[in-house]
Design a protein around this ligand. Sequence first.
Ligand code: RIB
Ligand code: CA
Length: 322
Amino acid sequence: MEMARKVILDVDPGVDDALALSFALFHPGLDVVAVTAVGGNCSPAQATRNMQAIVEGLDPPRLPRMGAASESEADSGRPAEGRGLYGPDGLGGADLPVAERQHMLPAEKVICDQVRAAPDAITIVALGPLTNIARAFQRDPELPSLVGRVVIAGGAVAVSGNYTAAAEFNIHCDPVAAQAVFRSASTKTLIPLDVTNRITLSYDLFNQLPDESTRVGALLRKILPSAFRGYRQRFGIEGIHVHDTITLMAVLYPELFMAQEMAGNVETMGELTTGMTVFDRRRIPSRQYNMEVAMDLEKEKVIEKIIRGLNSAAGREEASAE
Ligand code: RIB
Ligand code: CA
């Protein structure tokens, strides 16, 4: 059997992030060495709390290191509840229990330590604003070349944004950080809205989830209704997008995604365009290609993998009780 891929999951939970965590923490193809929190869907303090509650509640076979979110300058211009798509606490008021914790290192320190401990072997899966990744790169300037790959949920190439007309939420939250990561010497894959918007999960999802008696099933059944509510109210659709989970699928099953090399940048100011991702798609771009960008996916196969993965995650819960 192939060796499990070492990943750090950087999350701003967020129902979408919680779904991705439920999937990843039990997947035999992934060795989740750390989970780090960042403000986005909710405040940094709430994101840390949510991350801890989700990881502890799911109680995976191998407990990852955890890194705490800290306030960033980018947070100051944003409402405290972040996007508010999943309610002010990011999880639809789920109020998950969390154990007291003595001490959690800052997210960027955990990222630096883990990458240094396994040079070239770690994939950072960035499922929230890029604040922590940019800070880690700033803290340790050699880090970009020591990371195996950074896979980013965010941006939009040829479709409109999902937070403003021009910008996708994760990039919009901290465009300066996103620009720094885009410009860094790391190997990057971007999973933009162009692909993640192609999948809408309907209410039928509830018939396909693991049942209430499992930890994964109980968590998802508790928090997913708020996502459906958010999408109905905010976007007028009877279904949800799962950008973060699809990004994780691109890490596990790259063969189901069609990607191309591009020269990508981020607009950091602009009255209407802050956080917009800009790709030079001219025949001869003025800048070098700096990332691989997924532009299409095998929709039905990806959906099937998501549902199957969640059910096997629930099936594997027992292992962690031993
Ligand atoms: O734009 C997609 C992002 O925003 C995802 O990371 C998800 O968490 C959502 O809130
Ligand atoms: Ca997210």
